[in-house]
Design a protein around this ligand. Sequence first.
Ligand code: HEM
Length: 148
Amino acid sequence: MNKMYVRFALSILLAAMLIGPVIAKDDHDDSPIVKHMERVASNYKKLRRQARRMKFDDTSVKMVAQMQIHVIGAMHENFEVAEKLSGKEKKLMILNFRKDMSKLVKKLLDLEIALLEDRKADAKRMIGELAKHKSDGHEKYTEEGGES
Ligand code: HEM
């Protein structure tokens, strides 16, 4: 009976050792830029829902502020497409990336003011425009070229 328990416990331990790293992998493997972008994406998703219903509340400005912070964070991280280049080409890629990211930051700052001034239609339009920043940015600066 005791042997059975030991075998059972050992097989649980073995399974945990095998499955654990697979489950934990996603979090640990994400690069800093992906972590920032995921925070941008989760707030963006909620904001789009609010924009669809034209129902903004106290959380809206907070979400936009979070997005601003994480876009600025992402702006200063390495990204794969640039890391594969070198010299002048790499420098230019990073410069263009920062220019495009700064356009996104500016849009998010304008969006914050629109929300604070309760200009709902403007806020809705700007939230719609974020999709273009995303698709253009991903097309130029990610391996998937806009699929993510
Ligand atoms: C509202 C706008 C945006 C959202 C919601 C967004 C969302 C995301 C998400 C969810 C990821 C992670 C994808 C993955 O799982 O690998 C990602 C990665 C990334 N995004 Fe964005 N993004 C936005 C705008 C932009 C812009 C404007 C740029 C560039 C100017 C950009 C550049 C990148 C890069 C370089 C990565 C990392 C790809 C890699 O090397 O793994 N994103 N983004």
